[in-house]
Write a protein that binds this ligand. Structure first.
Ligand SMILES: Cc1cc2nc3c(=O)[nH]c(=O)nc-3n(C[C@H](O)[C@H](O)[C@H](O)COP(=O)(O)O)c2cc1C
Length: 195
């Protein structure tokens, strides 16, 4: 789970920088990997998945930034019905039925993701929340690794930090539920066990 771990830790840094009033931007595709790898003295057995600039944001967006945001549909997010389910992938988990985990789930929904693909899917079953990655077909072929696994780490950070903020106790476990049928292109990643 190296890429999920990277996403979790890097998003923690991004959230902290944001708390300090600094501007950031996840960059996984649009930076010159070769030059950065030289600067950090990257070894052959290491990968450099993403970077972020860190500083004071300009007051106005550049034309390039506006175009990138428009093409990724960055200002929109998928609805609850597309992302969250109860018991299996057949039944939606509506916001009103989410009860105490409404805010952690909403924080996952609002999280950043590569090209705003929002590949996370969560199935609630009793006291467990199972996280799945719905791969965007053809997306992984552009890079040497699967950037969408980084997105899942970001989702884990948003879910865990907001659950803890609300005083909820739980822990991560990799225990795929056998009774849940997984839709095409989706993959089980991890579960949050409420305690
Ligand atoms: C793992 C990851 C990689 C990203 N890579 C890029 C990138 O290479 N270039 C870029 O302009 N934005 C990149 N983004 C930013 C996303 O496009 C952005 O988060 C998404 O469109 C949603 O917009 P928002 O975060 O402003 O809400 C990346 C985001 C993530 C999480």
């Amino acid at each position: 789970m190296d890429l999920e771990d990277f996403g979790y830790i890097f998003e923690s840094l991004i959230l902290y920088a944001t708390f300090l009033g600094l501007g950031t931007c996840w960059l996984g595709g649009t930076f010159k990997k070769g030059e950065f790898s030289k600067v950090i003295g990257q070894n052959n057995d290491e990968i450099l998945p993403c970077i972020t600039p860190l500083g004071f944001p300009a007051r106005r967006k550049s034309i390039l930034e506006s175009a990138m945001r428009f093409s990724a549909g960055s200002s929109k997010r998928k609805d609850w019905g597309e992302l969250f389910f109860q018991n299996d992938f057949q039944q939606d988990l509506p916001c009103a039925a989410a009860e105490k985990y409404r805010i952690p789930l909403e924080m996952v929904r609002l999280a950043p993701s590569a090209s705003n693909k929002q590949p996370w899917r969560i199935v609630k079953d009793q006291t467990r929340y199972h996280f799945y990655l719905k791969h965007t077909v053809g997306y992984a072929k552009y890079l040497a690794f699967d950037l969408q696994r980084v997105d899942l780490g970001i989702a884990m950070a948003h879910f865990e930090y907001s659950a803890k903020e609300l005083g909820y106790v739980g822990k991560w476990a990799i225990r795929p539920p056998e009774e849940i049928d997984i839709p095409p292109h989706a993959e089980y990643i991890v579960s949050w066990d409420e305690q």
